[in-house]
Design a protein around this ligand. Structure first.
Ligand code: NAD
Ligand code: IPM
Ligand code: MN
Length: 354
């Protein structure tokens, strides 16, 4: 097949890990006889430095013409001034909104080879298989915000509308039908009005359209605890933008590292955006230590969801598993044992793809 893929390396470790994913894309193209047209564009801090805009017009235009987008990460201390006119993260929020990528899929499947890399006990982690569906274009991230009273008060409004909740809950129901048939909706309906609306809509959609599934609601604070005490009980977890952000970083400790977790952001049509769930890791940027596997696994999700290349996706996932099975570890999953760098880890994956 032929496809246009846009690469958005971004900041910090972003360019280091996207470069490794790019090698994987080339290897898949060669092995399966595909032609992928790759174009790199700026987003985030680097785009602020060059153009004063974290999402330049040329970047979003290229993304709109593509079939899929692979993003590294944005942000870093250089752009962290709280009084700055704009921020790298604004570029990421803008691209999600502009492409209407309302659903962020974050699968949590600890590798059997890493069961002892998790800070949690093996018996807690073994067999965990969760798919988080994080709503991505609404909630507190996109409500009205600002300062008032002479800059002495700041506010962010959390807003959800009925159709916004309906579409993400529907997607959760559909996903659960292809999995173990259970949906957990996470909210804070005991306190927040917006969560009470979320729960009403979620209850109704599940009852009317997905009565064949198991369905439960859990409050977000308790969910933070259940996630590490009984993670095997969850199948599809659907939640709002900020709760999903926080719970999935927590969930990364089930497989053992943020550096392992990919994500797919999709809308009802148009290109999908694929990225690791982690950030630009300023503490290790430039040291060659970053784990490239989350981004490589995000590339597998890109092949599966946007290009419908299931065999290619499965091959990448198998390659990663084989490499972990052979004992190769970057520092984040080595726990003091000998470790290898970003490029060496990708070399091992590529060996499996050739
Ligand atoms: P982070 O995810 O960048 O890093 C948290 C910790 O995890 C750090 O110790 C880091 O070294 C480690 N880590 C992350 N990815 C790793 C990898 N691939 N391999 C090994 N270790 C890894 O979160 P942070 O430090 O809170 O944020 C740094 C910057 O990244 C901030 O500006 C933030 O806004 C941004 N950020 C961007 C994205 C994104 O672009 N999607 C996501 C999260 C955070
Ligand atoms: C993520 C990140 C982003 C988010 C930031 C950088 C805007 O943390 O992709 O998880 O909060 O969505
Ligand atoms: Mn996050």
């Amino acid at each position: 097949m032929e496809a246009n893929i846009v690469l958005l390396p971004g900041d910090g470790i972003g360019p280091e890990i996207v470069a490794q994913a790019e090698r994987v894309i080339h290897a898949v193209a060669k092995k399966f006889g595909h032609t992928f047209h790759l174009e790199s564009h700026d987003i985030g801090g680097i785009a602020i430095d060059k153009y004063g805009d974290p999402l330049p017009a040329a970047t979003i235009a290229a993304c709109k013409k593509s079939q899929a987008i692979l993003l590294g990460a944005v942000g870093g201390p250089k752009w962290d001034d709280p009084t700055a006119k704009t921020r790298p993260e604004k570029g990421l929020l803008a691209i999600r909104k502009e492409l209407d990528l309302f659903a962020n899929l974050r699968p949590i499947n600890p590798s059997k080879h890493l069961l002892d890399s998790s800070p949690l006990k093996r018996e807690i982690v073994e067999g965990v298989d969760i798919l988080f569906l994080r709503e991505l274009t609404g909630g507190i991230y996109f409500g009205d915000s600002g300062r008032r009273e002479n800059d002495t008060v700041a506010y962010n409004e959390m807003v959800y509308s009925v159709p916004e909740v309906e579409r993400i809950v529907r997607l959760a129901g559909e996903a659960a039908r292809g999995r173990r048939g259970k949906v957990t909706s996470v909210d804070k309906a005991n306190v927040l009005e917006v969560s009470r609306l979320w729960r009403q809509v979620s209850d109704r959609i599940m009852k009317e359209e997905f009565s064949d599934l198991q369905y439960e609601v859990v409050l977000v604070d308790a969910m933070a605890m259940h996630l590490i005490s009984r993670p095997k009980d969850f199948d599809v977890v659907v939640t709002g933008n900020m709760f999903g952000d926080i719970l999935t970083d927590e969930a990364s400790m089930l497989p053992g590292s943020l550096g392992l977790l990919p994500s797919a952001s999709v809308g009802s049509s148009g290109p999908g955006l694929y990225e690791p769930i982690h950030g630009s890791a300023p503490d290790i940027a430039g040291t060659g230590k970053a784990n490239p596997l989350a981004t490589i696994l995000a590339t597998a999700m890109l092949f599966r969801h946007s290009l419908k290349l299931e065999e290619e996706a499965a091959l990448i996932e198998q390659a990663v598993d084989t490499v972990l099975g052979a004992g190769h570890r970057t520092a984040d999953i080595a726990y003091g044992q000998p470790s290898i760098g970003t490029v060496e880890m990708a070399d091992h994956v590529l060996e499996q793809l050739n």
